[in-house]
Design a protein around this ligand. Structure first.
Ligand SMILES: [Zn+2]
Length: 515
């Protein structure tokens, strides 16, 4: 498998299949220890060096010795053993990796990956695939992990302008453009037109995508790169009028420094703070939507002794909400229903979006003609489905039959594909949330003799359209005599809600420790 500048969104499905195959095996899911694996050949095309470094295999994921990787390639590295974090400095770029955390901070961007670094023998081991992706996709560096040849190559994209770094100053903004060739002042022109500052460089070569991903600061709100046959134009969108500007070259023409000054001195600091807050806010989980499945005329699954799914999930949802409010008072809990009423599936995600929800958790119970079937499982939304998930998906989507006929049009096949594509942006987080909750339930519900059936994916209507990470939990089988009894008991409902809570809490903590 050759992975080069892979577009994660487009290939999420393929990758999800690969990872899921590894995740779904209970042994691999819960047995976390890694093993030695062959040494990885690092080919550095920039300084023409080669080295062999140690790797480990964990849950089918190849991790490399990060310290050794940095040393062999002369990259700066800083490790905080207590926080189990390592920062690597490559050229002008800086990336922070954290053990057992899928979030990577590149410069000031927060990226999320399914594969996580591992802390072992007092150092950090980083997934080779993630490392290659972080640098190839978002910087001017070229990194490629060839899993079949077991090589990792490092190069530089064919660019002459490698990086842009901005700093907000008290009276304006400083833009630092880094080049890997020497420029002369005569090769650079600049102008301001329609709220944009344009820097035009003769003979410039760039990777527009990575430059446009530069975090904006101060009075700059956007970057647009345009290539002409002999000139590169980099446009910087201005939030405020610039009263003066100067440009000069440093480091023998390898650095272009632009100083944009504004009159309004105090406002800039506030703007910068606001920008950072806004970036962080995107990731903060302030509102959690708890969705009790079915209700009213829709009983959901009817199980042993005539117990109805809708009557089990409602008190459980309320208990979960109560725990969240009690233990994380800053978080707002929104219920799609708090009584025995019928709510169409499409309306549930609409409510969640309108409430500005940051997580959507839908609670359900399973049933099966086979009375021995038992266990809990957590789903995330995907147009693909596991073969075994088919029955569950059909059962949950059946709730549509209770809806008004005019509503049913909302669920045509075409809509579904479009809607799940919109959800792809949250798929990685949803999957991570699903495994975090499933894991917590596995650890905490053994006392009730409830078993994990793993994390699965499927096209559930109730999750479509939510613009936030979302999961659907099948708490157990109402068709099973033992589980229908347990699911009805108040004391065990508290334990189940507590387990789900701790999965959500871990997810929240992981995100916040990475920010
Ligand atoms: Zn259900």
């Amino acid at each position: 498998m050759k992975i080069l500048r892979r577009d994660f969104i487009k290939t999420t499905t393929a990758l999800a299949g690969y990872l899921l195959a590894n995740w779904l095996t209970p042994f691999k899911l819960f047995g976390a220890s890694s093993q030695d694996s062959p040494k990885l050949k690092i080919i550095n095309r920039i300084n023409n060096s080669e080295a062999m470094i140690r790797t480990r295999l964990n849950r089918g994921i190849i991790l490399l010795d990060f310290t050794e990787f940095a040393a062999q390639n002369n990259y700066g590295i800083f490790t905080n053993s207590q926080k189990r974090k390592t920062v690597i400095y490559i050229g002008q770029d800086r990336a922070t990796f954290t053990a057992e955390n899928g979030f990577v901070i590149l410069n000031e961007q927060l990226l999320h990956f399914l594969q996580e670094p591992l802390w072992e023998n007092g150092e950090l081991w980083v997934p080779a695939l993630v490392l290659a992706d972080v640098f190839s996709k978002y910087t001017s560096h070229q990194m490629e992990f060839d899993q079949s040849g077991f090589t990792f190559s490092i190069g530089q994209k064919d660019v002459s302008l490698t990086n842009i770094v901005m700093s907000a100053m008290e009276n304006g903004t400083l833009i630092h453009v880094f080049a890997d060739k020497e420029y002369r002042e005569t090769e650079i022109t600049h102008k301001i037109s329609n709220d944009w500052f344009y820097l035009e460089i003769l003979g410039g070569k760039v990777d527009p995508k990575s430059l446009e991903a530069t975090p904006c600061k101060g009075i700059i709100s956007d970057i647009k790169v345009t290539s002409f046959p002999t000139i590169i134009s980099i446009g910087f969108k201005l939030k405020k009028p610039v009263i003066s500007r100067d440009i000069h070259l440093e480091n023998n023409g390898r650095e272009i420094l632009i100083n944009l000054r504004i009159s309004d001195t105090l406002a800039v600091e506030d703007e910068t703070k606001k920008d950072l807050e806004e970036q962080k806010k995107k990731w903060l989980i302030e509102t959690i939507v708890v969705d009790a499945g079915h209700g009213g005329k829709d009983p959901g699954a009817v199980g042993y002794d005539g117990v109805k799914e809708k009557d089990i999930v409602l008190p459980l949802a309320l208990k979960l909400g109560e725990l969240i409010k009690e233990r994380m008072p800053a978080i707002k809990v929104v219920y799609t229903r708090s009584t025995d009423v019928f709510i169409p599936l499409w309306q549930r995600t609409k409510m969640a979006n309108e409430a500005n929800g940051k997580l959507f958790v839908s609670l359900h119970c399973n049933s099966n003609p086979n009375k021995n079937a038992r266990g809990f499982e957590t789903y995330f939304l995907s147009a693909d489905k596991d073969e075994k998930a088919k029955d569950v998906v059909l059962k949950e989507n059946e709730a549509i039959q209770f809806e008004e006929s005019s509503d049913k049009e909302k669920y045509s096949g075409v809509n579904f594909v479009l809607a799940t594509m919109a959800q792809n942006a949250f798929m990685r987080q949803s999957k991570y949330l699903a495994s975090s909750v499933q894991d917590a339930m596995h650890q905490r519900l053994q006392v009730l003799d409830l078993h994990s059936r793993g994390v699965k994916q499927g096209p559930f209507w109730v999750m479509v359209g939510a613009t936030m990470p979302n999961i659907l939990i099948e708490l157990g089988f109402v068709s099973n005599k033992y589980e229908s009894k347990i699911l009805r008991q108040k004391a065990s409902q508290v334990k189940i809600a507590d387990a789900i809570y701790s999965g959500i809490e871990k997810y929240k903590k992981d995100i916040e420790s990475a920010i």
